[in-house]
Design a protein around this ligand. Structure first.
Ligand code: AMP
Length: 207
C-alpha cells in the first residue's frame, strides 16, 4: 500500500510511522530524516538543505522532488511505502501524482496551539533517532541504545513558530487536495499514542 502520513510538525507522524511500517512491512520514507542524514554526512544535498531547515523554512520543491523520485525508484518501494513529511506543498503533491499512485492519506489532526509545547519538549537520540518528550521522559540518555538525547536545532521555539506558520500556509492546503481525491482519512491526534495508533490502524483497514 502507498501511504502518506500528513500532519503538522510535532503531530506524532514519526511515532505513528514506526507502527505502520512494522505492521505493513513497507519502507518508512521521511524526507526530514533523509535531509538530516545528508547534513550529517555533508553531502551536496545536505549542504543545500541545511540553511532552509535551520531557519524552519521548506527546502525548495525541486530539491525534495528529485530526492523522492530517486528514493521511490528503489527496489524496496515496489510493494508500497509510507511517506512521512512529503509532500509538504501542492507543487510536491502534483509532482508525486506524476510519479506514483497514492492509495491512502492519513491526516493526524492536532490543535496547533498545543503543538509548540510538544515540539519544544521533544528530544531525539543522536544514534538511533528514537524520539521522547521531556514531559514523559526527562533523562539525558536514550532508553533503547543508551546514547545521548539532544534537541533538534529546528525544535527551538523560534524555529518551531516559523515551521508551524509554514505548515499552515503551505502544507495544510494538502488536506483539501487529498479530500477532493477521496483518499483522505483524518484521525484525532490529540489522544494518547496508543489510541491514535489504533485509529490509524482502523482507517488503514477501511476500503
Ligand atoms: P521533518 O523532520 O519532517 O519535520 O523535517 C525537518 C525539516 O526538513 C523541515 O522543517 C523542512 O525544512 C525540511 N523538509 C522535510 N521534508 C520536506 C519537504 N517535503 N519539503 C520541503 N522541506 C522539507
Amino acid at each position: 500500500m502507498n501511504i502518506i502520513l500528513l500532519g503538522a510538525p510535532g503531530a506524532g507522524k514519526g511515532t505513528q510511522a514506526e507502527y505502520i511500517v512494522a505492521k505493513y512491512n513497507v519502507p518508512h520514507i521521511s524526507t526530514g530524516d533523509i535531509f538530516r542524514k545528508n547534513i550529517k554526512e555533508q553531502t551536496p544535498v545536505g549542504l543545500k538543505a541545511k540553511s532552509f531547515i535551520d531557519q524552519g523554512k521548506l527546502v525548495p520543491d525541486e530539491v525534495v522532488i528529485e530526492l523522492i523520485q530517486s528514493r521511490l525508484s528503489e527496489d524496496d518501494c515496489k510493494n508500497g511505502y509510507l511517506l512521512d513529511g512529503f509532500p509538504r506543498t501542492i507543487a510536491q503533491a502534483e509532482a508525486l501524482d506524476k510519479i506514483t499512485k497514492i492509495e491512502k492519506v492519513v491526516n493526524i489532526d492536532v490543535d496547533l496551539t498545543k503543538l509548540l509545547k510538544r515540539i519544544v519538549g521533544r528530544r531525539v537520540c543522536v544514534a538511533c533517532g528514537a524520539s521522547y518528550n521531556i514531559e514523559t521522559y526527562d533523562k539525558p540518555d536514550c532508553a533503547k541504545c543508551p546514547s545521548q538525547l539532544i534537541q533538534r536545532p529546528d525544535d527551538k521555539e523560534e524555529t518551531v513558530r516559523a515551521r508551524l506558520e509554514v505548515y499552515q500556509n503551505q502544507t495544510a492546503p494538502l488536506i483539501e487536495y487529498y479530500r477532493a481525491k477521496g483518499v483522505l482519512k483524518s484521525v484525532d491526534g490529540m489522544q494518547t499514542i496508543s489510541e491514535v495508533c489504533s485509529r490509524v490502524e482502523k482507517v488503514l483497514e477501511q476500503a
